[in-house]
Design a protein around this ligand. Sequence first.
Ligand code: GLU
Length: 448
Amino acid sequence: MITEGELNPLRVANHQFNQAVPFLDQFKECTGMREWLFEPEQVVRVSLPVRMDDGCVEMFRGYRVLHSNARGPGKGGFRFHPTVNEEEVRALAAWMTWKCALVDVPFGGAKGGVACDARLLSEGEKARVTRRYISALGDNIGPHTDIPAPDLYTDQQTMAWVFDTYSMMHPGENCFPVVTGKPVDLGGSLGRDSATAMGSLYVTEHFLELGGLPGLTSLKGADVAIQGFGNAGRWAARLYDDAGARIVAVSDSQGGIFEPGGLDVKRVADHKDATGSVVDFPSTKALAPREVLEVPCDILIPAAMENQIVESNAGRVQARLVVEAANGPTTPEADVILHDNGIIVLPDILANAGGVVVSYYEWVQNLQNQQWEEHEVQEKLKKKMYRATNVVVTSRAALVDAIDHYRAEWAVDHPDESPLDAPTIRTAAYVVAVGRCVKTLMERGIWP
Ligand code: GLU
């Protein structure tokens, strides 16, 4: 039985980080290095009184965590979700740091959130929560310090309110670069809306081309199941379908649908728009929300939330490849089970980094008052994601080659512990990302 504590995303983030430590020499030389890298730079907690439509006042709790600005200003979305708390936001902020380092964009990591159920808020209430949150954060965000973006249950409209609120507080400045994921007519970038899913597709496509999954070299004809029908999941269904894959199952928070012959993705999206859910789409088998993770398929894309593939259901995953479009969908216990069952995981910090890559392009366009063509954005995104995939695959191969060396070192320092595991793709990605952050910290030194 997994306890709530074990499902704490911060525990998961810390475990994943610790897996990389034995492969990085700098941690041996300096005892404070682990904390320096993992602890957040700043945690801001805000209380948000908001007038509701019925005239009453409700109090919301908001957070913004700047995990690291070693490689550039903090970057990361903010979410509206009932599970939001300080530890979750800290984990998500750390994941942003590693993600930005891995795809090599000049940002650190940050994240924010307001604990609320966005589905129960009217448009006006959402606007007031957003505006109060941004004004309460004040200059803890800024175009060169910490730049928010969309995440769960926040979207282009939310980012438009962020931009407007911040602009009102900073008249006469170019405020476009304070937030990314804005509407295209308000400084947003073409290609940002689809970027998370597009990035995951590029990573998957290239990983298959590199021979990462024996017997499957392209997306054409591959069976794909997707958990989540928000921004990432919905776009993933469309883009993987366009790339020739067969989308056999999708789900949202209310339930899922399964059709082994392949779903008509466009009609499913229309059904979701009309009814608010993918559930009850005609001529499909109904699934409970998490059952979508267990359907027979080649590629499983968790595109919803943290802690979805856990110890109790990991053994029932039938996919051969898991592509983490969500942040933190797999717990460490589940990772071990998937690995033992020969299932490969393309980790979140690689597979969902497309969003922040195009956020970076949006920020650059805003700073320069430019508008790039969509094909320019796509070409740049593809290059970035292919390069990051190459680096991870190559780094894993090098670490596996040198495993005897790392095991010998580990045994000397940890004589009572079990031998060091060979690195997974996730650990290899962490070694690259954390290694880059360590390097920058050492180059910068400690001020003053
Ligand atoms: N919320 C997204 C993520 O988790 C996007 C972050 C951004 O664009 O800054 O990667």
